[in-house]
Write a protein that binds this ligand. Structure first.
Ligand code: AP5
Length: 219
């Protein structure tokens, strides 16, 4: 889905992979409505991590009316992935803002969503130290998204597009989850969000602690 030979180019590339390698990188994956954003907001407060949500970065581009935003909005409104070249460059750019450079580590939400995104990130940045996979039954996710759709104003929070987002997730993103068995933490996001967070917090705490121990390292 995400072709890396896209014509899109973001010029700025200040990311220094050697600096990023010293900090934990956590991917937060899960189906639409699984609570990626909700859990990341809580983690940011507790651990000083930088939360980078691909969905939010793309919606910012749409709001600004940039070329990327104009070209992405149709794909997003159809529940499809934007090209890998776009998502990866947006992410790398966000990882080298000053607040990102000063952070304790990176929480990357909604990326990678396809195998080619994962391999490109490994090559250009690093492999993740941890992958949190939030899972819940589709009927639970659907109810949450429909409820949020009553007020969110998101063009993709309606029944027809929610089903398409589920299809994209199953086809493109589930194979990515299978790539990471050695660093994967599967957490059910069906319970209330504070209950989910108790588990998420404990999991991340261990990683952040081990990253501060020179003898252990991040992974
Ligand atoms: P994105 O914005 O990432 O959408 P998504 O993956 O569909 O996820 P959501 O933001 O809808 O849900 P979430 O898991 O963050 O849950 P949340 O915490 O908000 O991406 C949008 C689009 O951008 C994609 O479809 C694609 O087009 C494009 N895109 C993004 N990344 C891309 C990439 N890497 N490559 C290419 N294209 C990309 O919670 C949802 C609701 O549930 C909220 O109302 C919340 O309050 C509620 N809730 C959360 N947890 C609980 C709980 N435990 N119990 C009850 N309610 C809960």
């Amino acid at each position: 889905m995400g072709s890396s030979s896209s014509k899109h180019h973001l010029k700025e590339n200040c990311l220094d992979p050697s600096e990023v390698k010293k900090k934990p990188v956590i991917f937060v994956l899960g189906g639409p409505g699984s609570g990626k954003g909700t859990q990341c907001d809580k983690l940011v407060k507790d651990f000083g991590l930088q939360h980078l949500s691909l969905g939010d970065l793309l919606r910012d581009e749409v709001k600004q009316g940039s070329k990327i935003g104009r070209e992405s909005s149709k794909l997003m409104a159809e529940g499809k992935l934007v090209p890998t070249s776009v998502s990866l460059e947006l992410l790398k750019k966000a990882m080298c803002t000053s607040s990102s450079r000063d952070c304790q580590g990176y929480l990357i939400d909604g990326f990678p969503r396809a195998i080619d995104q994962a391999t490109a990130f490994h090559k250009e940045v690093k492999k993740p130290d941890m992958v949190i996979y939030l899972h819940a039954p589709y009927d639970v996710l659907e109810k949450r998204l429909l409820k949020r759709g009553e007020t969110s104003g998101r063009s993709d929070d309606n029944m027809k597009i929610i089903q398409k987002r589920f299809i994209t997730f199953r086809k493109e993103t589930l194979p990515v989850v299978a790539l990471y068995t050695s660093v994967l933490k599967r957490i059910s996001s069906k319970p209330p969000s504070d209950e989910v967070y108790n588990k998420v917090h404990r999991t991340v705490e261990k990683l952040v602690w081990s990253c501060t121990q020179p003898s252990l390292g991040c992974s």
